[in-house]
Design a protein around this ligand. Sequence first.
Ligand SMILES: *Cc1c(COP(=O)(O)O)cnc(C)c1O
Length: 465
Amino acid sequence: MRYQSTRGTAPELDFRDVTLAGLARDGGLYVPVEWPRFTPDQIAGLAGLSYVETAVRVMAPFTAGSLSEAELRELCTQAYGRFSHDAVTPLVQLDHRHFLLELFHGPTLAFKDVALQLLGLFFEKFLKGTSDHLTIVGATSGDTGSAAIDAVAGREGIDIFMLHPNKRVSDVQRRQMTTVLSPNVHNIAIEGSFDDAQAMVKAMFNDADFSARFQVTAVNSINWARLMAQVVYYFYIAVRLGAPNREVAFSVPTGNFGDVFAGYVAARMGLPVAKLIVATNVNDILHRALSSGDYSAGTVTPTAAPSMDIQVSSNFERLLFDLAGRDGAALAEQMRGFEASKAMRLTNAQQEGAAKLFASDRIDAAEMAQAMAWAASRADEILDPHTAIGLAAARRADIATDVPIVTLATAHPAKFGDAVERATGIRPSLPARIGDLFDREERYDVLPATFDAVTGYIAERAKPR
Ligand SMILES: *Cc1c(COP(=O)(O)O)cnc(C)c1O
């Protein structure tokens, strides 16, 4: 498979190079030059397959040319063998039409493990036998950092530098990063905010000097391989609920538009998806964009669902590109306008195209707490705040009553114990496999939030390309 940039001028790459590159050189994001199509018979043929086998069938068209099917199967077996549930992403029924898809059975208890465990193995595989050395630099407000660190700890040819805002992530989130003591893991607490950390990472990617010396890459969802791995569970679950003969709707707690874009890809590949519900919290830029065409960033309001506290959703660019005739030059101009003014209007084609598949909703703190309380009392299920936002939107959605609605459960409730306890009176406990988190040794360095301090630190420790 070949991949093209949404902004039209970066070179086309194969799967291997897209995975190692992350962002395209023209500032755009990579997408496959065409969507592979599955016939109803091929979808029916997924019935009863294990998660790993489903993953191989769904991802093989995207990795063709860079990995053989046997290699892909081996990597999937390794990645998903680390999940604590045999089904990897099990389905739970809440009432006659609402279901939860539990995506948090990986090592760090959030759905990001599903893609990052595999991405870590892709990196290692593609670097093996070369003299290349990869330097991963990222900023995290919590879940991405721990999932990425777990995925690459101890892997050859890779160093990871993860920046988090000092004293502004939860103790569980910090310890999930800082208790990983492998020599290739470097945790940096920045004396500043998440935005400061994020801005510094962007500056590093744009610094010609720095990227000439080091092969820097990204592990956030601008990396195509992450989205690809997430397409799998849409197929896996829809088939269990009756696809290809029955439509299924999904409600997705959304931040950077990565997880829900994977649902869009599944639909483009032929999966009968009735609707994708984009559930946002009060940081509702995506709800405004999809309901009225107004894509304009405000300031971020901190909420109990921090992984959705985002005002600019990187992956939305991939949707706008695909909906408007894949015109890279036109999209580059539209995005330049947005970057200058922090606001843009969707074109009619983009708005009408999105409306065919997407619905959206904005869920405030009270509605989120109600959804948690409903799930606890009616279905005996404890939800984390992100999942509760998804369920609140699912229960309010205007979708034919014979269509099952699957809400993506994106984090284990114990990751956000305080918010869960406030809403339900129940304190969720950490699963036994990470229960000794608070007894483990921590290692991290605190640095001032200046570009020179951070690049100096990294340059001293990273290996040249
Ligand atoms: C990252 C994250 C999200 C948002 O996912 P996107 O792909 O950024 O839309 C939602 N919930 C949790 C728990 C997360 O960690």
